[in-house]
Design a protein around this ligand. Structure first.
Ligand code: GLN
Length: 474
């Protein structure tokens, strides 16, 4: 069977009878087997996917008008999203063999529109990391070069799409975990406005940063899935009470005001080929008649520290619920309650998660709260003020998604600080709560893809996605 890269292609083929849902699922399962060594899935829902495919084929045959809007789409879900009666571990030992008792709102909305969930994907433990190496299941490999990481934390979600084992990867993005792996694997990855998609049923990392995001091979599919997943939800008080975004238009003619940041392009850690690639994109945009202007952004060096102070603080608090009593793993042969907590948490959490709990607990401790946590909150406010100003004058900010191409496996494990510093371009959108997309690009001098990131004002996803379409062909 041929490989479908867009929902419209699959839907057309299903409608004209040139394929069936059973066929589609069969070929995805075949590719899952062929790519088993990449360690993409921690669990494949084979039987279930087949049963749903048969049901959908019957539904289509009976009355094509009664199928859901996303019929034909097959999705993978990252191991941080609740799916009723399915296992869920956040790639952590602490969750043991925990099973979800309910389904995340975003996942339910996909199911309601006839999406088939094919399995759950590997990730960094509790979504903390940039390489998909910090996981109880062992690293996921990049499908384009197996000696490299796929990025993280939604690295396996990106490979699941890139290797055509499904059409849509559902991930989560706290500081770049959807956009960075998209850039490392050469596909699209988008994080919507904070509050656009309900976080009900998403395992929390940094609650004021987390958003569910999408990985696909084309903008239309992404846009249609985003529309389905978005919208108010009484189960999440931070979910915005505004309508879901419209599906991105095919408009290729609009001219926009675009900002770029010289400090970003002159960043010492930025790979020269990516810098060149980004400059070329900006030049092309100018030639096409868009207004491109350099802007000052003197807060760049504060982004990573602010992000890590605040997210580790939130993480240390969110992770306190894993105490060996309520969920998953419980140490046995313990003398007393304190030893139960200590041993369950020591045995259950991995190194990176423990490092973050310690950092978070430190910045929240009585003696250091004002110096770190309060200060970081103040800087976050400054960042938001600056971005509000920028978006009062510009439609988009364009920059690279990452400083580098996908790293060799093992390189970042030895050097967590370098791993943190590499998040410099992606954390901005989460600090401000803005939507951002990574668009895949290639450059002659690079044997791996890189990403161009576009950020836009809050709740302007439809415009962002139609611009992403323009950028993809320029
Ligand atoms: N790499 C970032 C971190 O480790 C982003 C993680 C994420 O977005 N979930 O925190």
């Amino acid at each position: 069977m041929s490989k479908y890269t867009s929902l419209s292609d699959i839907q057309a083929a299903l409608k004209d009878g040139s394929t069936t849902m059973v066929d589609v699922v069969q070929s995805y399962l075949q590719r899952i087997k062929e790519t088993n060594h990449l360690n993409i899935y921690v669990e494949v829902y084979e039987e279930e996917a087949f049963a749903k495919a048969k049901e959908l084929d019957r539904k289509l045959e009976k009355d094509p008008s009664c199928v859901g809007g996303l019929f034909g789409a097959v999705a993978s879900i990252k191991d941080v999203l609740c799916y009723k009666d399915h296992k869920l571990t956040a790639a952590s030992n602490i969750l043991g063999s925990f099973t979800s008792q309910f389904t995340a709102t975003a996942v339910q909305r996909l199911l309601d529109e006839d999406v088939i969930i094919i399995g759950r994907t590997n990730c960094d433990e509790f979504a903390m990391g940039s390489t998909n190496e910090h996981t109880r299941y062992g690293p996921t490999l990049n499908g384009l070069d197996e000696s490299r990481v796929p990025g993280g934390s939604s690295g396996a979600a990106a490979v699941s799409v890139e290797r055509d084992t499904c059409l849509i990867g559902v991930g989560s993005d706290t500081g770049g975990s959807v956009r960075q792996p998209a850039a490392f694997c050469g596909i699209y990855g988008m994080k919507p406005t904070y509050g656009r998609i309900s976080r009900y049923g998403l395992i929390a990392y940094g609650s004021s940063f987390d958003q569910i995001g999408l990985l696909t091979k084309d903008v239309d599919t992404l846009s249609r899935a985003l529309t389905v997943m978005s919208g108010p939800d009484p189960m999440d008080a931070t979910c915005l009470s505004i309508e879901a975004p419209a599906i991105a238009s095919a408009d290729q003619a609009s001219k926009y005001k675009i900002a770029y940041i010289p400090e970003v392009l002159n960043h010492p850690g930025l790979k020269p080929e990516i810098k060149k690639g980004c400059e070329e994109v900006i030049e092309n945009l100018k030639e096409q008649g868009h207004g491109c202007e350099a802007i000052d952004f003197d807060l760049l060096s504060y982004l990573v520290p602010t992000y890590y102070v605040l997210t580790t603080a939130e993480a240390s608090s969110n992770l306190s619920r894993y105490d060996g009593i309520r969920y998953g793993l419980r140490a046995d042969d313990v003398e007393d309650l304190e030893e139960l907590y200590e041993r369950s948490r020591s045995e259950g959490f991995g190194t990176e998660v423990k490092r973050r709990i310690m950092m978070g607990t430190f910045v929240l401790s009585v003696g250091y709260f004002d110096a770190y946590f309060t200060k970081a909150q103040q800087v976050r406010t400054l960042i938001i003020q600056r971005l509000t100003e920028v978006f009062s004058k510009f439609d988009f900010i364009v920059m690279p998604t990452t400083t580098d191409i996908a790293w060799p496996i093992g390189e970042m494990i030895k050097d967590p600080v370098s791993m943190y510093l590499a998040d410099v371009y992606t954390v901005l959108a989460n600090l401000g709560g803005y939507p951002a997309i990574s668009i895949p690009k290639s450059s002659e001098g690079l044997d791996m893809p890189f990403g161009i990131q576009v950020m836009s004002d809050k709740c302007t996803e439809a415009q962002l996605l139609s611009f992403a379409k323009q950028l993809s062909i320029s």
